[in-house]
Design a protein around this ligand. Structure first.
Ligand SMILES: C[S@@+](CC[C@H](N)C(=O)[O-])C[C@H]1O[C@@H](n2cnc3c(N)ncnc32)[C@H](O)[C@@H]1O
Length: 240
């Protein structure tokens, strides 16, 4: 694994006098307080499914240890409340699904869903996905990456916060095994255009818009988009 060159939790970075640093982040700093139901999920299940930030940030850490086996790995970026995570992982017991989500309450909600479907092949981690891919995932080691409904950052002045940018695309292309697939979905037409432009320009990837991936369950974000009349775009790009 590579050395830790940047902080694993950029959203926790403080200035010397204790103020939060202004970073360009792909997520907003939402509250991390649990509802009673989320707290109950955490208390019951976190030891089974959550890899703590401290554990994953350790330089000797490996995902094989965390999953307790060596299997093809899928990385989900921004798993939210785990609707896709639990449904897809349950149908694919042969793969290990690493779900990265910085929002703790979403991780807690995911725990109920994993318990419901009995998906033992999932590990959740609240570290920043870009840091984790860069520093805790080896090149050419991931079978699939899933990025479903990434935060759209619709205001033009916020577009720089969108996750799917050239630097991130190059990182994902490098982490996928040759022939591995990055599956994406969005309900924002101009973000779909940006994704296509960025991914078409990435020399390590080949692909484009595809039919809806039928296995992908309809999440709350997709339903909200459909309810207000947006078109859903699915993309799939393969690593060369
Ligand atoms: C709009 S939600 C979509 C959630 C889920 N994929 C779905 O379809 O329901 C995007 C999620 O990505 C998470 N996220 C954004 N940037 C991230 C990053 N760099 N690392 C980990 N999670 C991130 C956010 O916290 C948020 O929960």
């Amino acid at each position: 694994m590579t050395e830790r060159a940047t902080p694993p939790r950029p959203h926790h970075k403080l200035t010397e006098d204790g103020r939060r640093k202004r970073e360009v982040l792909s997520y907003s700093r939402r509250g991390s307080r649990f509802t009673p139901r989320q707290q109950a999920a955490w208390d019951l299940h976190h030891q089974k499914w959550v890899v703590t930030e401290e554990t994953a940030a350790d330089e000797d850490f490996t995902w094989e240890q965390a999953f307790g086996r060596r299997a093809p790995m899928v990385v989900e970026i921004g798993s939210g409340v785990g609707e896709a995570t639990a449904a897809l992982a349950a149908t694919r017991p042969d793969v290990d699904v690493l779900a990265l989500e910085v929002w703790n309450p979403g991780v807690a909600d995911t725990l109920w869903k994993l318990a419901d479907v009995g998906a033992d092949n999932v590990r959740l981690c609240t570290l920043d996905a870009a840091w984790t891919l860069a520093h805790r995932v080896a090149p050419r080691s991931v079978e699939e990456v899933w990025t479903f409904f990434p935060d759209p950052w619709p205001k033009t002045r916020h577009h720089k916060r969108r996750l799917v940018r050239a630097d991130f695309a190059a990182l994902v292309a490098d982490r996928l095994v040759p022939g591995g697939t990055w599956r994406l979905a969005t309900d924002w037409a101009d973000y779909a255009d940006q994704m296509r432009a960025v991914l078409d320009a990435e020399p390590g990837l080949v692909g484009g818009e595809v039919e809806r991936w039928q296995e992908r369950p309809v999440t709350r974000f997709e339903r909200k988009g459909l309810d207000v009349g947006r078109t859903i775009t699915d993309l799939a790009y393969t690593a060369r």
